[in-house]
Design a protein around this ligand. Structure first.
Ligand code: FAD
Length: 462
């Protein structure tokens, strides 16, 4: 008899959610986690600490930029970096402890240590070999490297080092203008650092709707961030004062350098499956290292599954969570389902940027006839009241059927607003369905409805 019905390797959002759901479905479950705390990248060095710093610095920005406009006078607060770090750590601790509580509540065993899979159906932790009918690889990802850039987590850091810098730097170069780089860049820009983002592509926030990416860059530039686009970083050298980053401009192949106290390497993440013993086991991987799975998260080895950042797809906590629930259900003989067409993506800057479904560029490439309903937050009373009227909601709908195909929002609360469109898309709604839904006034969500109205006879407040 096996020790466990299911052993999950990794206690990130994929693994811990899979464990809880499997336990809820009556299984005897263990999770192996090598870190000191549960919650994976997301809770320890990802989503949660970055959002704590974004929150603190957002308030700082508000005090400096907007308080006087609202008649809130008085001395401006100064930053106690150590206290801000302690606040961030408290938020992390509260959340990681929360997972420990949920494990106890659901009778999930935490096997502490690093796991290997010596044979199908076996998981080795330290000297102990545990057996299980099902094993789920939920080992997540790690920062990708870049030739010529050696990370020391002091001067040249990944997002992990950027979350725990010893002091607020005077200058920061961010290599890679994706979500993580822009969020962390935003944090330090609001703390007074001179932030320069170097991006290989010609726009930031790769994969975003083009119009949104442009507007977003303009807003961040207004907030003081600098951008060098179309630039291939050649290397970074640590100097006495920090580091020098060398890059080639792709348009004319000219070389230039930029100096900074700290360099953040944020060119993406890669699956982390080191040390599991997958090669010896004969587990098939994609060329980029993700574990190959079928529609039911099954690898080519019977009883071995994989989810989250370790498999293909967007590297997002909620995608990992959905796969966690689904794999537990598949193992329990239920349907288990993830709709990859409706996975929102959010950038938690101010303003927030959120999207779901297809971009205009994708629809054009597909040759699909579509219509655009756009509404600026300038026409939204609530957004104006909080000085965040620069963005817009853009809804894309099928030209013939009016079915919603995508939504792209830049503006206040975008990360929450996007979900009404997600629900609408899950139900196969038309833009008119959203337009006919009464939205409370004054809320940001009225802008979503107005964008839906703009897909039909027209928005009212534009
Ligand atoms: P992970 O969270 O990476 O967890 C894997 C766990 O497995 C780790 O704890 C690791 O220690 C453990 N492990 C690995 N190998 C072994 C082994 N052999 N034995 C035992 N344990 C092992 N996503 C969002 O959706 N929203 C955000 O706002 C967001 N912000 C982010 C900000 C930053 C700075 C970063 C770095 C990432 C962010 N992400 C965000 C991405 C998100 O963190 C990941 O998509 C998510 O954590 C993936 O979950 P996972 O369960 O697949 O893996």
């Amino acid at each position: 008899m096996s020790d466990f019905d299911t052993i999950i390797i990794g206690a990130g959002p994929g693994g811990y959610v899979a464990a809880i759901r499997a336990a809820q479905l009556g299984q005897k479950v263990a999770v192996v986690e090598g870190r000191e705390t549960l919650g994976g990248t997301c809770l320890n060095v990802g989503c949660i600490p970055s959002k704590a710093l974004l929150n603190a610095t957002h308030h700082l920005h508000e005090v400096h930029e907007n308080f006087e406009k609202m008649g809130l006078m008085g001395a401006k607060p100064t930053v106690d970096w150590a206290k801000m770090q302690a606040y961030k750590q408290d938020v992390v601790n509260g959340n990681t402890k929360g997972i420990e509580f949920l494990f106890k509540k659901n009778k999930v065993t935490w096997l502490k240590g690093w796991a290997t899979i010596p044979a199908a159906g076996q998981v080795k932790v330290g000297e102990d070999v545990h057996t299980a009918k099902n094993i789920v690889i939920a080992t997540g990802s790690e920062p990708a490297s870049l030739p010529g850039v050696t990370v020391d987590e002091k001067t040249i850091v990944t997002s992990t080092g950027a979350l725990t810098l010893g002091a607020i730097p005077k200058s920061l170069v961010v290599i890679g203008g994706g979500v993580i780089g822009l969020e962390m860049g935003s944090v330090y820009a609001r703390l007074g650092a001179e932030v320069t983002v170097i991006e290989y592509l010609d726009s930031i926030a790769a994969g975003s709707d083009g119009e949104v990416a442009k507007a977003f860059q303009k807003i961040l530039a207004k907030q003081g961030m600098k951008f060098i686009l179309g630039a291939a970083v050649q290397g970074a050298e640590v100097t006495k004062k920090g580091a020098t980053v060398t890059y080639n401009l792709r348009k004319d192949d000219s070389t230039a350098t930029v100096d900074a106290e700290i360099v953040l390497l944020s060119t993406g993440r890669k699956p982390f499956t080191d040390g599991l013993g997958l090669a010896a086991l004969g587990v098939e991987l994609h060329p980029r290292g993700q574990v190959k799975v079928d529609d039911h998260f099954r690898t080519n080895i019977a009883g071995l599954y994989a989810i989250g950042d370790a498999i293909p797809g967007p590297m997002l906590a909620h995608k990992a969570e959905d796969e966690g629930m689904a794999v537990a259900e598949v193992i329990a003989g239920k349907a288990g389902h993830v709709n990859y067409a409706v996975i929102p993506g959010v950038i938690y800057t101010t303003p927030e940027v959120a999207s779901v479904g297809q971009t205009e560029e994708q629809l054009k490439a597909e040759g699909r006839a579509y219509k655009v309903g756009k509404f600026p937050f300038m026409g939204n009373a609530r957004a104006k009241a909080v000085f965040q009227a620069e963005g817009f909601v853009k809804l894309l709908a099928d030209a013939t059927t009016d079915r919603i195909l995508g939504a792209h929002i830049i503006g206040p609360g975008a990360g929450d607003l996007i979900h009404e469109v997600c629900v609408a898309m899950e139900f196969g709604a038309s833009a008119q369905d959203l337009a006919l839904t009464c939205h409370a006034h004054p809320t940001y969500s009225e802008a979503v409805r107005e964008a839906a109205l703009a897909c039909g006879d027209g928005a009212i407040h534009a």
